[in-house]
Design a protein around this ligand. Structure first.
Ligand SMILES: CC(C)(COP(=O)(O)OP(=O)(O)OC[C@H]1O[C@@H](n2cnc3c(N)ncnc32)[C@H](O)[C@@H]1OP(=O)(O)O)[C@@H](O)C(=O)NCCC(=O)NCCS
Length: 249
């Protein structure tokens, strides 16, 4: 019968003990990138394993919620960055929507359950709609979201933007910076020519935001969008690529 010889396993728990300090006695610090540890020599001549601080980069936690760290930044500003929303954002996004209910209630409707979140993300096929989050450039935690909806190509090259801050960081200027990053991305990388925003006349923070970004008011549509069962009037704001080029500063 064929005898299969197995390599003897390292003694002790897992691979952490494979390095036998008693025999090898290397000098200085030995790094093991694969197992995220290094060894240092103790005073008694033995070696001790240290594990690199922190979790894998894809598993950073902010206030107990896993933060998506692998998604690539499409644009980075002074304080915030823009990246696409992914299915891994579910926990963080839903937690922030929950804590932002009072801020959003009158103006927008967002997913509140895992299934609704999955539907929301699957809507962003990058042809008719594209979804993004605005996050802190350093900590990568989310401060808001911004979407491109109703994208029309051909002779139009237009999109409708939607956005919202998350309550803990609203009123810090992050949204103005983040939506500005989206404008740049949409006009430059996506090749759109015109971006529109429909805003209820009473939504002062949103009106201030588009004014800061130099949108122009183009019209007023009574009973335009149905929000929580009521047809609401909306002001029609827009910015074109040419207008971006002539913005001050
Ligand atoms: C509309 C909305 C996104 C605006 O968000 P916001 O937090 O006010 O926008 P910003 O992050 O750009 O913050 C701007 C405010 O921060 C202030 N601010 C504080 N520190 C700042 C800093 N360091 N840099 C710049 N601005 C700063 C600004 O003065 C400004 O306040 P002001 O508008 O009273 O003058 C937010 O109110 C929201 O989510 N509303 C509910 C959803 C909604 O209405 N979406 C839009 C539908 S059309």
């Amino acid at each position: 019968m064929l005898e299969v010889k197995r390599r003897p396993r390292a003694s002790g728990r897992g691979r952490a003990r494979e390095f036998d300090p008693g025999r090898s006695r290397p000098s200085g610090i030995i790094r093991c990138a694969l197992h995220r540890r290094h060894w240092t020599k103790r005073q008694d001549g033995r070696y001790r394993a240290h594990y690199r601080a922190g979790r894998k980069r894809s598993q950073v936690y902010v206030r107990g919620v896993r933060v998506e760290t692998n998604a690539e930044f499409l644009r980075q500003g002074r304080r915030v960055a823009l990246r696409r929303i992914t299915k891994h954002d579910r926990e963080e996004f839903l937690g922030l929507v929950e804590s932002s209910r009072a801020l959003h209630r009158r103006w927008i409707v967002l997913p509140t359950t895992p299934d609704e979140f999955d539907d929301y993300v699957s809507r962003f096929d990058r042809h008719s709609a594209d979804g993004f989050v605005i996050c802190l450039a350093k900590r990568r935690s989310m401060v808001g979201f911004a979407n491109l909806n109703e994208i029309v190509r051909g002779a139009y090259q237009r999109g409708l933007i939607g956005y919202g801050a998350f309550a803990p960081s609203a009123g810090s200027g992050y949204m103005t910076e983040g939506v500005d990053l989206l404008l740049d991305y949409a006009f430059t990388d996506l090749g759109l020519h015109r971006l529109e925003a429909d805003i209820q006349p009473g939504n002062i923070p949103s009106l201030k935001l588009v004014r800061r970004l130099r949108f122009r008011k183009e019209g007023y549509s009574p009973a335009f969008i149905c929000i929580r069962g009521k047809w609401m009037d909306h002001e029609r704001w827009a910015i074109t690529r040419e207008m971006m080029d002539t913005r001050p500063g």
